[in-house]
Design a binder for this molecule. Structure first.
Ligand code: DX5
Ligand code: ZN
Length: 233
């Protein structure tokens, strides 16, 4: 089966109702989410605190699609096993989180989990050239990590293009995360990205009582992405 580089929308639950995660996860999946993006923050690597392994374990039974765990923590290695045991389908670590990203990726793979490497906006694409034979995904951050609702950083478009070039025909997803909405997703598709995290652009205006708004928001991002894909062919 050929590698699935089709458009995937991964809502981030960082923008969800923090008193209602199970219902929110079920709502976004019912409304068309392809993946569920879990933003783990430690108050050290980023100036915010979110989910430990027990919280991610509690989310797991509600996720029927794919649980994409974005570790914005440093150090990473001591926590990989706990997040794998919590049920992550993919664990993404930041290149900037420590001196041994190659070993970190090996440790994630050793848990039998898909692995990804994430680049902050200030980190050039070429730093991952020695990691491409290990990863299942490269995450290009289009905001400085720590919060939802931030402004998209346009230089990430060219970085996606560079990463796409470096990947060649390897079976690696390119994910973009931060400020993704129907106005920013098109150029990212043209540059070669296939997976799009969206928090505020998905959750804005909706709730578990108005989940159809999530569906409309996801559909708007997907329509813009599919439109750009068609135009690029
Ligand atoms: C930021 C997180 C992102 C964020 C996306 O550190 O990694 O996943 O939640 O939120 P929006 O889509 O609102 O920028
Ligand atoms: Zn994220």
């Amino acid at each position: 089966m050929s590698f699935d580089r089709s458009i995937k929308i991964a809502p981030s639950i960082l923008s969800a109702d923090f008193a209602n995660f199970g219902a929110e996860i079920r709502a976004i999946e019912d409304q068309g989410a392809d993946w569920v993006h879990i933003d783990v923050m430690d108050g050290h690597f980023v100036p915010n605190l979110t989910f430990g392994p027990p919280a991610v374990k509690a989310f797991r039974p509600h996720v029927k699609t794919f649980m994409d765990v974005h570790l914005m923590i440093a150090p990473v290695d001591p926590y990989i096993e706990a997040y794998a045991e919590a049920g992550a389908d993919m664990i993404v670590a930041h290149w900037e989180a420590g001196p041994h990203p190659h070993r970190t990726l090996q440790a994630i793979k050793a848990q039998g989990v898909k692995c990804g490497i994430s680049l902050n906006p200030g980190t050039p694409a070429n730093v991952i050239s020695e990691l491409l034979d290990l990863v299942d995904m490269v995450l290009v951050m289009s905001v400085n990590p720590g919060f939802g609702g931030q402004k998209f950083i346009p230089t990430s478009i060219n970085k996606v293009r560079q990463v796409r070039e470096m990947i060649g025909d390897r079976e690696i997803h390119i994910q973009v995360d931060g400020g993704v909405d129907p106005t920013t997703v098109g150029p990212l598709v043209e540059a070669g990205a296939d997976c799009f995290v969206a928090g505020s652009a998905v959750f804005k205006g909706g709730s578990v009582d108005k989940p159809e708004v999530y569906g409309q928001n996801i559909a708007a991002i997907r329509a813009a992405a599919e439109g750009a894909l068609k135009a690029a062919q």
